[in-house]
Structure formats: C-alpha cells, structure tokens
Design a protein around this ligand. Structure first.
Ligand code: ADP
Ligand code: MG
Ligand code: MG
Length: 875
C-alpha cells in the first residue's frame, strides 16, 4: 500500500487521499508553477494511525525518509546536515478545507548544530536564529502542547529590555539568548530537552499533525460543517522557502477576486520580511498586495499571471498562499476562496458571463447559508447617529448583540437564548465555538485575512476587524473606546458592511437585491421545475411577494384580516352571537371589508392564482381573556355603578366559557366551523366572488382558488365544495359565469392524507399544510414542544432536526408521498403543493421536487431563496 506520494505523482482529483492542500500542490506542480518540492502522506495513513489506537503505522517513517531523499537531491541539501541543512514544513491538509483548524510546523530540521550551518550558508545569522526560535515555538506549541504565550512573553520582555519596537529589530545575539530560554521552558514543561535529533523531530511532528485532526477546534468545526470524523488528515512535507530573509522577501495571501464584493481584481495582503502565519496572526498589519506592483514588480507580474492561470484552471475564485524568497516567488497553497454571500453571487454570475461556468454550475455554486445572509439583515442607521468606532469591513452584514469578551462567555450566553457579539483583541482557532455562537465578531487587531475575518466570512457572520480604537480590559470585563467604557453584556450593533460599530441595539432591515442576484435568479428560473408561491395575507405582502418573483399566492390566511383594531369587536360579536340570525347581522358588516381585501389581493396578483383559505383557527383566539373580563367585572361591581355593563360582561364571560376547549388545536376549527356555522364560510365565499367579479370588471385577470382547511373526511369537502359552487352561481352575473376557479383542501390531518383518493374526488388541488400535519403526525403540540421536550430530543440525537423547521421525510414525507400518488391516480390534473414553514427550507424544497409537487409556498422574503433552492433541487 502506497502511503507517500511525491507532488509529481498526485493531482487535484485525489483530494480524498491527499487532502485538499496536497492534491492542489500536486496539481500546481504539474501546471509548472513554482512549488517548493515535497510529498504527501495519505489520509489513509492517518486513518491507520487512529485504527491502531494512535500509533505510527509500521514502516511509515521509512517511506517518509525515502521520499525525503528526493527533497535533499532537489535542494542539494541534507536533512540534519551541517553545511547545507534541509528544512521542511510539516503541514496538515484535510479533505475538506478547514482554514486554520489544524496544525502546521515550519522550519523543521533545525537544531543547535544545523542552525549554524544555515547561518553560514545564508550569511545571515539573525535570520537563522529567527528560524530556530520560530521552530522551537511552533514545535513547542503543536507537538509538545506548550502554549505560545509562554514564548511570546519572553520576546515581549526582551524587546522592552533592548528597546526594540518590532521583531525585525531583534539581533542575532538577542535571538540566541531567547532560544536558550525557550529550550529551558521546553525542558521545564516536558521534563525532556528539546529534541536535537531531526529524525525524532520529524516523527513527532507527523504524529502531531495526525493528532491535530482531533483537537477541540477541529471537532467543533467539523460538527458545524457536517464533515465526517473518519476522514482524517493528510500530512504534507515540503522543503522550506524563506520569506524572512529581509526586505526582498516576504509572505502573503491573495484572492483572485475580491472576496467581499466579488469584484474582479487581485486582492490580498503581503508582509515583507515575514514567515508563514505572521500575516494571518494579525501581529503586524500587512500591506495590500497591490503595493508589490511597485516594490517587486517582477514578482507581482508572476503572481498575477499565476492567479489568472489558477482561476481558469479551477474555474473558481482562488485563495492563494505565497512566499517570496529573495525576489523569487513560490506558491504554497491554492484552494477555492471563502467569500461573502454578495461576492459568491457576483463571482458565479461573472464567471458565467465570462463563459467559464454554465448557468447550472453557477446556480449550484451558491451555498444556502450565503443566500440566507444575502436575503436578510442590513442595519438601519439613523442619519444623526455616529459610530463609536470604525474598523475593517471584514465580513459584511449586520449584527446586534450583547458584548461577550471571550468565546466561552459568548457560547454560554447564546445557549441561554441571548444574542451576543464576540469582542476580542484577535481571535484564534480556539475561539471557533464563540464565533459560531455569536451574531457577529469585532476585533481590535488583524487585517482582512486575519483568522477572525476568514472564519467569519466562511460562516457568513458579520465581522469587523482591526478596530484599533478599541481596547479590552479583561480584569474589569469591559471595552474602552477613547473616553467611552462599555461593560461586557452591554448591547452594541455592527454594520460590518461599512465597518462601523454603534452603541445600543439598532434595528435590522430588509436586504437589497443586486443586479447579479437578479441574473442568478433568472438562471434558477430556467432550471427549476417547482413553481414558487407566497404565503401572503395582505395586499402589501402580496406585492412584495410578486416583486421577489412569486408566481401566485399559495396561502392567504383570512383570519389575519380579522384581527385589525376596528374589525375585532365586530368579529367578537359575530362569534358570541346568540344564533344564526344575530350572527348574520355581524357577518353582513364584515362582508364588504373582506371583499375589499380580496379585491386588493386580486389586483396585486393580476394573472396569478390567489389561494384563499377560509377561516381556520379556534374561535377563542379572537375572544378576550376570561380572567381579564372577570377582573374588569369585579372592579365595576365594587364601584356599584353601571349595573347594565356588569350584566353584559357576565354574559360575555359565560359565552367565552362555553367556547372553551381543552384541546383547541384539535377542537372546533377549520372546516368544522364551516359545517357548524355555514354562514361564516358563506360570507367569506360571497366576498371572494364579489371581489373577483368587481376585479374582472376592472379588467383584472382573476384566478381564485378556495381552500378548505383541516379536512379529515371526504364528505366535509364535498359539502363545502357544494357550498362554493352554489354561492358562485348566485353571485356571478351571466357575464362572468365562465370565471375559472378552483376548490381544494389543505392536507393537514393524517386521515386526509390516508384517504387522499376519496378526497381528491372533490378537490382541484391539495396544499400540504405541513405545520399541522407535522404536529398531528408526531402528536407534538407545536406551541409546547419547543419549550418542553424538543430540545432534549435534539440534544439526545433522537431527532436530527426540528421537524417544524425541516420536513420529516421519513414520517410526514411518507404521508405526503402517499397522498400525492393516490390523489393523482384519481385526478391526473390535481395540483399539489406545500405551504407552511417548510416551504422555505432547502431540504424540504428538495423533497417537494423529488415528490413531484407542483409548487411550494413560503413567506415573501424567502422567495428568492426558494427559487434557487428549487433550481438546485432540479440539478
Ligand atoms: P494552514 O492550513 O493553517 O493554512 P499551512 O500548511 O498552509 O497551514 O501553513 C501555513 C503557512 O505556513 C503557509 O501559508 C505558508 O505561509 C507557511 N508555509 C508552509 N509551508 C511552507 C514552506 N514549505 N515554506 C515556507 N512557508 C511555508
Ligand atoms: Mg495554520
Ligand atoms: Mg494555508
């Protein structure tokens, strides 16, 4: 079994075996790009390490040393050699990119002897000892588990004592002194001297990279992104090139397009005289990569050529890591760049227009999380409000939350249901759980490619970095900005798109739809099979829905029209009426109001179907609270005045009591209302047809669909259908008799799904009301489950997802499938769709597509999301 692949032997297709980094290093080598020589230890070797209970697989080190000989030849150097020592990096590399989550060790191969060789070879003693101290520090951290802070503190102290303002000024002698202390720390903390045998160093480093697969932050990251635990990491061993050789050297990262906006430009950061992590660690603030253009023009030219080549080759925006050693460019990594939602859409559309991607590919490239972000929140900043601080707009969007000063606090508060903003000096991979928990991130140090920025962009979290005015007092648990002190737990708002921080909680507002998003939505519309309807109860919502591309109203809940201030008292009197006659009196008053509402809806949806659901909720939802009534009554009685009012209240109380139910959700509601009090449904149906007729007179193309809720028995629908046809006949004048309307039902009681064939005989359409259907199939009260037991079920993995958010395909889905099949067997033209929360969920939409539904209906703001999700389902 081959466990070691030279870069020359691999390619980009071999990600599963070589990890993303290794496979791409191989691919770039084959492309002829300047890649320092190296080889990759496979993920299988890592898996074998774990299967053996954390033991190096037999013979692996021999294979590694064999491959190392190739590097020695290529570099005319010798691993552990005294005159020309070969130094290598030992780099982790998982199959799915997990930026910064795992470990890498640089400058391996240095010891007390080889460091002298390196100094002689380069004629640069300062450089050699800088490498050595970096190596001890990284090795100490990654392999020996000694936190870098112990080393950093020593540097800090030495800098102060010797009056150095930055690491570049530290002399060779000072590094030597520090190295002595470093070694002492290692010995003190591990009980062993720092390993001088380079072979031992290498073995320990490979093992440490294997182990880093299971460090806490990597586990958290995998869980968050659904990356399988058994994948394991590859290990890349590569000859070192040096960016810390003075001003003609340096290191940087480069995006082939702007990862925030998607603009086509080289975008990145570069730090002269630096190595590896210096750029992302946010220790010194790097320069924009464009400055290389004047400083090292040849390097810049090569870099932009490589960027263009790689983008074309991979057909996607790339995130490239590079190092310049004495004016010579080396590439060290390329991968698909993490990007903001906005950039992701722009890049996909631009690449399609440039002829690099097909429309299908463009649509499939969009991550649902990004769409979510794009279609939500930005912040409404009152014009007179000034920000308290400014930083770099590292990941756009807006966030409002309580200041949390460390990741653990952020996580804890978020678990308690509070919204938090993680505020810290800089973040490290150990803070991943805090970033996940937070609404947004604010750091005082670091650039656009600092850890916080990269991670936040990937997660679609708003993030502001390098907000230098800000200082954090951990002892006092507070944040200081100039004169201003904010305690931990105070509320702040981030406008991360503009890089501005505000005190207090500002309100978040609707998204804007960019031209690129519109184009992408057009692509999606060409691909998808599902139609997208909206749940909209008001003409305003209907218009909004249409703007977002709704092709109809799938659910108009008439009861929402009953709740407005002036109507509620009439509705209440109607419900409490003594008999049919009295009730009719109030219904007559409601009729013109409903009619006007419906007419507006038809106008807004000219040419498109409008599905009106007749009254559904339990009647008590409209009535006053009996306890409050009693209290009111008691007060009146005490004053002894107004006996008439007291009498009325008492009647009201007893009527409200009469209507009380133990299980209102399973009580007198939905079609049962229509059966018991047909006059209510009659009024609504009359209003619909009168509105339709009057809209028709105005030249509007009206397509009413009347939906009967909560049917469980075919005869219920049969009776209601007869009622609709009857009233249509009465209301519509000769001229408009030909109006095509549909009568259908919600399928939300399991019995209706089971008897779909019998029900279909009376229905033109089925709309799966998955909220109630889920509630009744599981037997979970939706209003109680979440607070009472659902979380335990989710935590304990009994349920994979909240079935009220993600459609339960195993159970509820089976009922839907059954009903669709049986219904269509009876009526091939039966129209089927889904309304309810699930209409806006990606997996549920995909299920609807596979099940052959005609449409999904979701909230207006969710429509662009649903259009793309439906297209992705069709790919
Ligand atoms: P990560 O996966 O965390 O990005 P990498 O393995 O890419 O870790 O290493 C981090 C950085 O270390 C690289 O971006 C690069 O700057 C530096 N580095 C890695 N290998 C080498 C090398 N052979 N020569 C010079 N620098 C290297
Ligand atoms: Mg790293
Ligand atoms: Mg890297």
């Amino acid at each position: 079994l081959k466990r070691v692949y030279r870069f020359e032997e691999g390619n980009a297709e071999m990600k599963n075996l070589l990890g993303g980094k290794g496979a791409n290093l191989a691919e770039m080598t084959a492309l002829g790009l300047p890649i320092p020589p190296g080889f990759t230890v496979t993920t299988e070797a890592c898996q074998a390490y774990y299967t053996a209970g954390g033991k190096m697989p037999e013979g692996l080190m021999q294979e590694i040393h064999h491959a190392l000989r190739g590097l020695e030849e290529a570099k005319s150097a010798e691993f552990g050699g005294l005159s020309r020592p070969l130094l290598v990096s030992v780099r982790s590399g998982s199959v799915t990119s997990m930026p910064g989550m795992m470990d890498t060790i640089l400058n391996l191969g240095l010891n007390d002897d080889t460091v002298k060789g390196l100094a002689e070879q380069t004629g640069n003693e300062r450089f050699a000892y800088d490498c050595y101290r970096r190596f001890i520090q990284m090795f100490g951290d990654v392999v020996l588990g000694i936190h870098s802070i112990y080393f950093e503190r020593l540097i800090e102290k030495s800098r102060k004592e010797n009056g150095r303002s930055c690491d570049q000024e530290i002399s060779a002698g000072e590094w030597k002194e520090l190295i002595a202390k470093y070694k002492w720390i290692v010995e003190d903390r591990t009980g062993q001297p720092f390993p001088q045998d380079v072979r031992v160093q290498l073995k320990l480093a490979v093992e440490a990279v294997f182990r880093s697969w299971n460090n806490m932050r990597a586990k958290v990251y995998r869980k968050a992104y659904g990356i399988p635990d058994e994948q394991g990491t590859a290990v890349n061993i590569q000859a070192m090139v040096f960016g810390n050789l003075g001003s003609g050297s340096g290191t940087g990262v480069l995006f082939t397009r702007n990862p925030s906006t998607g603009e086509r430009e080289l975008y990145g950061e570069y730090l002269a005289d630096a190595q590896g992590e210096d750029v992302v660690a946010g220790v010194r603030t790097p320069k924009p990569v464009s400055e290389l253009c004047s400083e090292l023009p040849l390097v810049y030219e090569q870099l932009s050529a490589a960027a263009g080549l790689l983008e074309m080759h991979y057909r996607d925006m790339q995130d490239i890591e590079f190092t310049v050693e004495n004016g010579i460019l080396y590439l060290l990594q390329t991968r698909s760049g993490k990007r903001t939602a906005q950039a992701s859409v722009k890049i996909a559309v631009d690449l399609t227009k440039e002829g690099i991607l097909s429309k299908e590919e463009a649509v499939s490239r969009i991550e649902p999380g990004h769409l979510d972000q794009l279609l939500h929140r930005s912040i409404a900043i009152p014009p007179e409000l000034a920000p308290i601080a400014k930083g770099l707009p590292a990941s756009p969007g807006a966030a409002v939350g309580l200041i949390a000063l460390d990741a653990d606090t952020a996580e804890r508060w978020a678990k308690d249901g509070r919204k938090v903003v993680l505020v810290s000096t800089e973040t490290s991979p150990d803070d991943i759980h805090g970033i996940l928990a937070a609404e947004g991130v604010l750091t005082s140090r670091g650039g656009m490619t600092s850890h916080a920025a990269v991670v936040a962009r990937g997660m679609g979290k708003p993030c502001i970095c390098g907000c230098e005015a800000l200082s954090i007092d951990h002892a006092d648990r507070s944040v200081r900005i100039g004169e201003l002190t904010l305690a931990e737990g105070e509320e702040i708002s981030l406008d991360a798109s503009g890089g501005e921080v505000f005190r207090g909680g500002l309100s978040l507002s609707d998204p804007e739809i960019t031209p690129e998003l519109l184009t992408l939505l057009d692509y999606a519309d060409e691909i998808r099979k599902l139609r997208i309807y909206a749940n909209a109860d008001t003409p305003h919502d209907a218009r909004k829905a249409r703007e977002f591309g709704a092709e109809g109203i799938g659910l108009c809940r008439t009861e929402h029209m009953f709740f407005s201030g002036s109507r509620l008292p009439i509705v209440q009197s109607m419900i409490l009426a003594g008999g049919r006659e009295e009730r009719m009196l109030y219904l007559d008053r409601l009729l013109p109001m409903q009619q006007a509402d419906f007419e507006d809806m038809f106008l807004a949806m000219d040419g498109l179907p409008v599905t009106v659901r007749l009254l559904d909720p339990p009647l008590h939802e409209f009535l006053p609270n009996p306890d409050q009534l009693r209290e009111q009554c008691r007060k009146l009685e005490e004053t002894g005045e107004d006996g008439e009012e007291v009498r009325k209240l008492k009647i009201m109380i007893s009527k409200v009591n009469d209507l009380r139910e133990v299980n209102p959700m399973l009580g007198l509601r939905g079609v049962r209302l229509g059966i018991l009090f047909p006059e209510i449904y009659e009024m609504q149906i009359e209003a619909i047809f009168k509105a339709a007729q009057s809209a028709l007179r105005r030249g509007v193309d009206v397509r009413p669909e009347i939906m009967i809720p909560l049917v469980g028995h075919p005869d219920e629908l049969k009776r209601m259908r007869a009622l609709v046809d009857d009233i249509a006949g009465q209301v519509l004048s000769e001229e408009f008799r030909g109006l095509v309307y549909r009568v259908g039902t919600m399928i939300e009681v399991p019995r209706a799904a089971l008897l779909a064939d019998a029900i279909a005989q009376h229905a033109d359409f089925f709309s799966f009301g998955t909220n109630d259907l889920t509630q009744m199939t599981f037997g979970y009260s939706r209003d109680d489950a979440e607070g009472k037991f659902l979380n335990s079920y989710l935590d304990g993995n009994i349920l994979k997802a909240n079935p009220f958010q993600v459609l339960d395909q195993d159970g509820v889905g089976q009922l839907i499938q059954w009903a669709v099949t049986r219904g269509k067997a009876v009526k091939s033209f039966l129209k089927t769709g889904i309304c309810g929360e699930h209409g806006g969920d990606r997996e549920s939409i995909s299920f609807c597509h596979r099940t052959g539904l005609e449409y999904v209906s979701c909230s207006p703001y969710r429509i662009p999301f649903a259009r793309i999700a439906a297209a992705q389902a069709a790919l």
